[in-house]
Design a protein. Structure first.
Length: 347
């Protein structure tokens, strides 16, 4: 029996995994014991071999286990971890994240000393996986409210109850009550789950001591694909769990529709009226303000690049939302809630 189980889904993460697992192996747990479940989605690089080194290490207060995720999907990995967990507290993380030495211990302590049912933090540092001005500009995405850092936990420094956190540690009874992760969602599964959690009356506590350092991949294709996929799975989440709706998630889709409207007016009528450009001017004014702030903190080059990268990310995110709306309207997606609750109970 352990005091906390920490679930880490992974696939083809050989470039980052050892760094992450080193921070978990070095956890200061005090009187507690932890198990780390490494759930591999059939990696095709050296990820499994790296994971095996930690599984085979002398077992101390942190024990590593390797599980197989044949479906190669993150929510399925999370649910597999819930079923396999041997503790009353279950947390979730990522395979390119640096965890502070007290991370697992403080999660257990906070759940014991507060009325919270879920505890977690945010990102207190974004580390680009490579060096250079473009990579550094990408790493600013979650640092700026004009990037993707609108959620309070990206900048919050004081403890308090919130509607969602990054990762999160859950009392097992939360899953027995509300079900587990929606396996239809490749992205946003945590937002959807936390909407059910708060709807059921459970409380989610943000605490800055549970904030982590996130190692961000800096390939442009991955950067934009991430935005598209996050947007793509919001509409089904809104339909199945309306409480998960946040206006900030819909704004990029409104931006894309607005840009398409300007283009349509240009093609049909030779150009839109001058007043139609006012929202676009305000948007780029705000983007420029964010770029100036980042230029002050980092460098003029980073600030200038961030303006363009933020715009591309917003467009990709908005296209994802519109794509998700179209797909959900045509097909719809069913929440596997009955099966999910059964899985949680058998864990």
């Amino acid at each position: 029996m352990y005091d906390v189980t920490f679930v880490v889904p992974m696939r083809n993460e050989e470039a980052y995994l050892a760094r992450t697992l080193d921070t978990l192996a070095a956890q200061d747990l005090g009187p507690f014991r932890a198990e780390v479940l490494l759930v591999d989605g059939r990696s095709e690089d050296g990820t499994r071999e790296i994971a095996q080194r930690y599984v085979q290490r002398p077992q101390g207060t942190v024990t590593f286990r390797l599980l197989d995720n044949a479906e190669q999907r993150t929510p399925i990995a999370f649910n597999l971890g819930i079923r396999e967990a041997k503790s009353p507290v279950i947390g979730f993380g990522g395979s390119h994240t640096d965890y502070p030495p007290h991370y697992l211990r403080r999660a257990v302590e906070l759940l014991a000393m507060t009325e919270a049912d879920v505890v977690g933090g945010g990102f207190n540092r974004i580390i680009p996986a490579t060096d250079g001005p473009i990579a550094n500009a990408m790493s600013c995405l979650y640092r700026s409210p004009m990037g993707a850092g609108v959620a309070a936990y990206h900048r919050r420094t004081d403890p308090g109850y919130v509607d969602t956190v990054y990762g999160g540690f859950y009392r097992r009874e939360v899953f027995e009550r509300v079900g587990v992760f929606n396996e239809a969602l490749i992205r946003n599964q945590d937002n959807e789950l936390n909407a059910r959690v708060t709807s059921a009356g459970f409380r989610i506590l943000f605490h800055p001591e549970l904030s982590t350092s996130y190692v961000q991949k800096t390939e442009l294709r991955v950067f934009l694909s991430r935005g598209f996929l996050f947007g793509r799975f919001h509409p089904v989440t809104w339909r199945t769990t309306p409480r998960s709706f946040r206006l900030r998630h819909a704004v990029p889709a409104i931006l894309v529709l607005y840009l398409l409207a300007l283009l349509l007016m240009l093609l049909l009528w030779g150009g839109p009226p001058v007043w139609a450009f006012l929202p676009l001017g305000l948007y780029f004014l705000l983007l420029t303000g964010a770029g100036i702030q980042l230029a002050w903190r980092h460098s003029p080059t980073v600030g200038a690049l961030a303006i363009g990268l933020f715009f591309l990310y917003h467009v990709s995110y908005g296209l994802g939302v519109l794509s998700g709306l179209a797909a959900d309207t045509m097909r719809g997606t069913q929440l596997p809630r009955r099966r999910a609750r059964g899985d949680a109970a058998s864990g």
